[in-house]
Ligand binder design. Structure first.
Ligand code: NAP
Length: 314
């Protein structure tokens, strides 16, 4: 079994380590060169820290593309940030033209991701991951926690292929409807991510600051309301689920906090921005999400439209 993971960031390296640990051949597709074909994983989870083999291929180079065509991985998992999907879509289309296409899972946070990637592969599969991790170098990752990865049903039934993440990578996996999993994850991210990014705090500190927790709760409530307007019923105890999520990732920085701390663009437009847009389309208001979006936009470099402004597109 051979799996290709697009992106050598926190999630890409974590998945790479988990697959490799289970004896799966791992290819990591990058946009820059990585010297050693090793993933260094660090973790408080027993038995996970170690060195794992993975073949790093720079997919920006023609020889990289040739290598992918030669190695013919059986599954592809895309783990770049939502705002970098543009260049990945281009490359997937090119591979498709050259006769290579595989069941492909897109693991970004945010809404409407399948619309962005339409045409890149037949029946793309949507997922959201509960892995909590941060990257320490191009091939070193700290894996803080592993919660459930949700996989969305697709018309072609390709989602079944990704049930194998349980057996191949030891990941807890659940299949559900795509609109549900996207909105469920958005309800978790809509408050935690921007609030931790604005305050530059770890997730757990939200619970130590009453005002911060209040904003997180309101952002979640709005997200639940907007989902309902689209016929997607999120669990009644969404606030408790968010609280549990914070407790489980107490010492982590959210990926948006990490982005802000590193001066990178954030996924705010894919998460809170989309919630605001969807609320407006139904004549609803989502003032907390709108304010969070404005504040993060004011704080971080813009990358508001993944296709035209993706700097790595070529
Ligand atoms: N980190 C978490 O704990 C976590 C938890 C749940 C969900 N998520 C979600 O998972 C997704 C990935 O997050 P992350 O934290 O892993 O992001 P990340 O650490 O920023 O990693 C993204 C990786 O993608 C690479 N990349 C960008 N464009 C590329 C391209 N065209 N081809 C190949 N590689 C490319 C980047 O390369 P460079 O290194 O060259 O920049 C980087 O290594 C996001 O949507 C995030 O919201 C993250």
């Amino acid at each position: 079994m051979r799996v290709a993971i697009v992106g050598n960031g926190s999630i890409g390296l974590s998945l790479g380590a988990l697959f490799s640990k289970a004896g799966v051949d791992v290819i990591i597709l990058t946009r820059s060169d990585v010297k050693e074909n090793i993933i260094f994983a660090e973790s408080d989870i027993e038995g996970l820290s170690g060195r794992y083999n993975a073949l790093f291929i720079n997919r920006e180079r023609e020889e990289g593309i040739q290598k992918i065509l030669e190695k013919r991985p059986e599954l592809v998992i895309v783990t770049v940030k939502a705002y970098h999907l543009g260049s990945v879509v281009k490359r997937l289309k090119e591979l498709k033209r050259r006769g290579f296409e595989r069941p492909t899972l897109f693991l970004q946070n945010g809404l409407d991701i399948l619309d962005f990637v339409a045409g890149s592969v037949s029946n793309p599969v949507r997922g959201v991951t509960g892995i909590g991790a941060y990257r320490k170098s191009k091939n070193t990752v700290f894996i803080a926690g592993i919660n459930k990865t949700l996989i969305g049903r697709d018309e072609g039934g390709k989602c079944e292929e990704f049930k194998r993440l349980r057996e191949l990578a030891g990941l807890p996996v659940e299949i559900n409807e795509t609109p549900f999993i996207e909105r469920f994850k958005a309800a978790i991210n809509a408050g935690i991510n921007p609030v931790t990014a604005l305050l530059r705090i770890k997730n757990g500190e939200i619970l130590e600051r009453e005002d911060a927790w209040e904003v997180v709760k309101r952002a979640t409530e709005e997200t639940v309301e907007v989902a309902k307007a689209y016929g997607v019923e999120l669990p009644d105890d969404m606030i408790s689920i968010v609280r549990r999520g914070i407790e489980l990732t107490y010492n982590n920085y959210s990926s948006m906090a990490m982005d802000v701390l590193s001066g990178r663009p954030t996924e705010i437009d894919r998460i809170n921005g989309k919630i605001v847009e969807k609320a407006e389309n139904k004549g609803l208001n989502a003032p907390v999400n709108r304010s969070l979006r404005r504040l993060i936009r004011a704080l971080s470099p813009r990358c508001t439209d993944i296709f035209p402004s993706d700097p790595s597109s070529s």
